[in-house]
Design a protein around this ligand. Structure first.
Ligand code: ADP
Ligand code: ZN
Length: 439
């Protein structure tokens, strides 16, 4: 298979037709969940809504939300909608924000998920003849398995590297002429840095595209990775609860990710009131699965902050688009009363010419929040005099103040001293948590 779309009939379906398809699927999914998931049935009963009340997408707002806490409470089998003997796979979240959640898949669920990833690979220019290096972790994490399955469906030659062992990644990438790299953006940045350290130029590899996601990354980081690997870098979004990567994927326009609306309905809500917001407004992303068998979730609150838009896309896809998530509502730090997102800090650093190697440390001393950012220097900067380094720290501090409204303490640290990530990067160390402060 090679071409512009993996499933053109779905990816370019006129919006009105897609809406009808969603209406039809939603009615069935709601009935299926009501009949098979006592946990959700109780939530619906409590809200006084029955499957007969749901005639289509316009009735979605009548349904109760599901939250991460529900998934933790129902762990492990409470939201399972089919007999375990019909399931073929289990995956689990990375546990970035607390106890892991497990999700179940029937073979049909796995196929749907892999097709979503196949759409992403084709949108990034992949097809038969491509060598797809999957450097997301394999295992309980959905990254490896999702792109691996998608790569098979597209007919790429799949290199199942998993994450880590960067030397071997590079050797195989070069020896086997990998053309597409799939990994977290932080790992892609590290691979780029390691290639350079091994004496390679960006044009020495055969890569043409990268499919990077599973964690927030900025446009500045995209440019950095594109430069260091000599590729076009595509974003991909997903979450274990909904299947894994591939819920949404980027096309060549690189202006947001198309949501696979034939499988997922997306809504944006006000995170404080739960009120649905119109297209174009910023809020919390909520997903409803439309045809899952093992682990269907209705109105699942992702906590990801984002904007949805439906504008004509030059790629010809009609699917709704989501912007890069601006972080999770629970990523947001409140420091001295000011809302701070790690992505804002990353943007300042990359704009100022630093590599995306940094760590944010927040603590509370004598009832005041402390806010420190360790930023790695490049080898060249490192040889500067202490006076020059202090001046650079001041300069960066000024840029941060302008972006954030508060002053962090900047520490320029030695090259290579900040731990690199092979999966999702840990950018924030919030020591206030030890004080039992709810941050
Ligand atoms: P965990 O929630 O424990 O990290 P997952 O591995 O399922 O578990 O990760 C899903 C989450 O990862 C999403 O809810 C979102 O916050 C983040 N994520 C996934 N893809 C992207 C992306 N392209 N950009 C920003 N964040 C992303
Ligand atoms: Zn597009």
């Amino acid at each position: 298979m090679s071409g512009k779309y993996y499933q053109p009939e779905m990816e370019t379906m006129p919006a009105e037709e897609m809406r009808k398809l969603q209406d039809y699927k939603l009615v069935h999914q709601v009935r299926y969940v009501y009949e098979n998931v006592p946990y959700y049935r109780a939530l619906m009963d409590e809200k006084g809504v029955a499957p007969e009340d749901i005639h289509g997408v316009e009735d979605l707002r009548k349904l109760p939300f599901l939250k991460k806490d529900d998934l933790r409470e129902a762990y492990p089998y409470g939201l399972l909608a089919t007999d375990l003997k019909n399931c073929v796979r289990i995956h689990s979240t990375s546990g970035t924000t607390g106890k892991r959640v497990v999700a179940f898949y029937t073979q049909k669920d796995v196929d749907m998920w892999e097709e979503c990833c196949a759409r992403a690979i084709v949108a990034a220019g992949g097809g038969e003849g491509d060598v797809c290096q999957v450097a997301y972790g394999y295992g309980l994490f959905t990254g490896g398995a999702g792109l691996h399955g998608g790569s098979h469906k597209v007919g790429c030659l799949t290199l199942p590297m998993s994450s880590g062992n960067t030397e071997r990644q590079i050797q195989f990438m070069m020896d086997l002429n990998a053309t597409i790299l799939c990994s977290t953006p932080s790992y892609a940045a590290y691979i780029g840095e390691s290639l350079k350290a091994s004496g390679y130029q960006p044009e020495d590899n055969h890569l043409k595209a990268g499919i990077f996601g599973a964690e927030p990354w900025t446009e500045e980081m995209r440019r950095d990775i594109e430069r260091s690997l000599g590729i076009k870098a595509f974003d991909i979004y997903g979450l274990t609860e909904m299947s894994g990567p591939g819920v949404a994927f980027e096309c060549e326009e690189q202006t947001g990710m198309h949501i696979n609306e034939d499988h997922f309905i997306a809504e944006i809500i006000n995170p404080n009131t739960g009120e649905p917001l119109p297209l174009g407004e910023k809020g919390e992303l909520v997903f409803t699965s439309l045809d899952k068998e093992a682990f269907p979730l209705l109105r699942y609150r992702t906590r990801d902050i984002c904007v949805l838009t439906r504008e004509k896309c030059s790629c010809g896809r009609t699917l709704l688009k989501m912007c890069k998530p601006m972080g999770r509502s629970d990523d947001m730090m409140i420091i001295r009363g000011v809302n701070v997102f790690p992505s804002q800090i990353e943007a300042v650093l990359l704009n100022a010419g630093y590599a995306p190697n940094y760590q944010i440390i927040v603590d509370r001393v004598n009832n005041t929040d402390t806010f420190d950012i360790n930023v790695e220097m490049s080898g060249d900067d490192f040889s500067d005099t202490p006076k020059v380094i202090t001046a650079r720290e001041k300069e960066l501090q000024g840029a941060m103040k302008t972006m954030l409204g508060i002053n962090p303490k900047i520490h320029l640290v030695a090259p290579g001293s900040i731990p690199r990530s092979e999966g999702k990067a840990v950018r924030v160390i919030d020591k206030r948590k030890r004080l039992g402060i709810n941050v």
